[in-house]
Design a protein around this ligand. Structure first.
Ligand SMILES: Cc1cc2nc3c(=O)[nH]c(=O)nc-3n(C[C@H](O)[C@H](O)[C@H](O)COP(=O)(O)O)c2cc1C
Length: 185
């Protein structure tokens, strides 16, 4: 079984999550291919048995490249076991970490006609030293307004890796479910 993990990441944290998912999925006996939508968006999904798409949030939005990819490939996505995850800092609050409660997921699901079979929202990483001056200022202000860390050198990984592991296991099971063989006949 071959699983595509397609992602969009600006500062690398979504890549780290994808690499973790890759390990969990491969432990279940599947092959995985990791592709950045920023490098390659012309992908033939028919070469894969399942697809996972993940993207981080930047100033309230998932990458337009990811949204375009989804919109251009909805028909094929619907024929494969599939999953989507979003990475953002609002999700550091557990009550904002579900598809029903995370504002960015709610917006995305209205923007696209694809209905992912599995959806996860993961808390991202805060990394002030890495940010450009203006971004640091903005994010610190947002953190101040929402009760998050504001120390100028703060680096905090909010991701719940147990949650990521659970998601990876669900993807592995999905790939091996009877649904998959039914869909590929
Ligand atoms: C410039 C910038 C803007 C961001 N905007 C938001 C935002 O609007 N909402 C949010 O919850 N997180 C926001 N984040 C946090 C990122 O989603 C989080 O750091 C994530 O882990 C980044 O993943 P990446 O490294 O894969 O891009 C922002 C981060 C940066 C650097």
């Amino acid at each position: 079984m071959k699983t595509l993990i397609l992602y969009s990441s600006t500062d690398g944290h979504t890549i780290k999550i994808c690499q973790f998912l890759q390990k969990v999925i491969e432990q279940q006996g599947d092959l995985t291919t990791l592709i950045s939508v920023e490098h390659e968006s012309n992908i033939n999904l028919k070469n894969f048995d399942s697809v996972v798409i993940g993207a981080s949030i930047r100033y309230g939005k998932h990458s337009p490249l990811i949204v375009d990819f989804i919109n251009n490939n909805t028909t094929v996505l619907d024929t494969l076991p599939n999953a989507f995850f979003s990475v953002n800092l609002v999700a550091r609050k557990p009550e904002k970490r579900t598809p029903e409660t995370n504002p960015y997921l709610k917006i995305l699901l209205k923007q696209i006609s694809w209905k992912p079979m599995e959806i996860a929202v993961f808390a991202g990483k805060l990394d002030y030293p890495r940010y450009k001056f203006r971004d640091r200022l903005m994010i610190r202000m947002i953190m101040w307004m929402t009760g998050g860390p504001t120390e100028r050198n703060a680096v905090v990984e909010f991701t719940d890796w147990k949650q990521v592991e659970g998601f990876g296991r669900v993807i592995g099971q999905m790939t091996h479910s009877p649904y998959n063989s039914d869909m590929n006949v």
